[in-house]
Design a protein. Sequence first.
Length: 444
Amino acid sequence: MTDKSRQLVTILVCGSIILTLAMGIRHGFGLFLLPMSTEYGWNREAFSFALAIQNLLWGLSQPFAGMIADRYGAVKALIFGAVFYAAGLVLMTASSSPVMFSLSAGVLIGLALSGCTFTVISGVIGRNFPEHKRSQAFGISAAAGSFGQFLMVPAEQWLIDGLGWSNALLLLAGLVCLIVPLSIGLKETRVATTVRQQTIAQALREAFAYPSFWLLIAGFFVCGFQVVFIGVHFPSFMRDQQLSAGVAVTALALIGLFNIFGTYIAGQLGARYTKKYLLSGIYALRSVVIIIFLALPITPLSVYLFAGAIGFLWLSTVPLTNGIVAHIFGVRYLSMLSGFVFFSHQMGSFCGVWLGGYLYDKTGSYNVVWMISIGLGVFAALINWPIKERAITRAAAAARSKSSTRRCRSRSCRRDSRRATRRRNCPSGARRIRIPTASTGSAR
């Protein structure tokens, strides 16, 4: 194995473990809704609002965490995220009021997730893996985040049942600290170059002036709405259907399990087929799956079938979306640009988790939010279809070429230019010979 191959394996393994921890723990937050709300007498909107703040701040801070990772390296962003994550989990145990819970689970963990999840990891992968392997690598890392859900959700329920929700949070905080040593595996070697590169401001102007970038942003909003609404409110929805907590935990674990296969296969297909069409198909299938689930009697079997189907489509949008961003704009500022796309995802997450709690308290059911999820899935399928999935041809290269051929005004440069012109005009490419004149006192 060459040094380069060993580096790629290290990046993929360490990045995948980080995503398993960071995303897996987060996916289990919905399990804390009922025990914390019962102990402190909160309604569901109070808990939902804190997680909505978490998703919103995650999205707001993600472009800046991406800038830090692109400019100074992913290690600094990952350490920042791990410290804030652990602090937020510890402070959740002392959050006896909705305000304190919003500060710990909302603000601190929201900021933490921007530094240790997909956008930062994907930036490192995109810059180091060759283009023909990039989509597959995105799929593997996204599958790791899904494996975290499959692994950590049942583990968190087991910890809550065995140790209580407060001690469970303390143990999870200790696990998050493992991100710090794992981040060393994502340290990149910066290659010096004399070519003037695109600046951050230029990259932002270019992306936001490109219509397909806005279409991608709009579609990813829907992904966030659907995924976080189901992830947070599905256990409570199961309880409302008179099903046990074990059914809800098994369903969330099945979502994570099937998402491993879904994201991996999406990454493989993205390397062979047009990514925008795959995205449209995923969003359309989500709406179909939800319609069938709600139309059938809700039993443990139908819940498990729904979990498997929606899990296969769960985060399969991530490798395809990041792949489109990398293909269109390149990998220099991949973390930052993916961060702006992900901000839209988190805006959708904010709406999904908050509306789920708000509309439940107002109407007594989740029916309205399910209908919104179906409609948004159809919208996302249509909005991704016209994306122009081709690399941007920048004018910078042409400008550099034109600048390099610009004539110098100095006397020496003009003399050298005339000599070069005489050589080019010489027949048969022969060098012109200077013949001495009589004034020099010699002749041939």
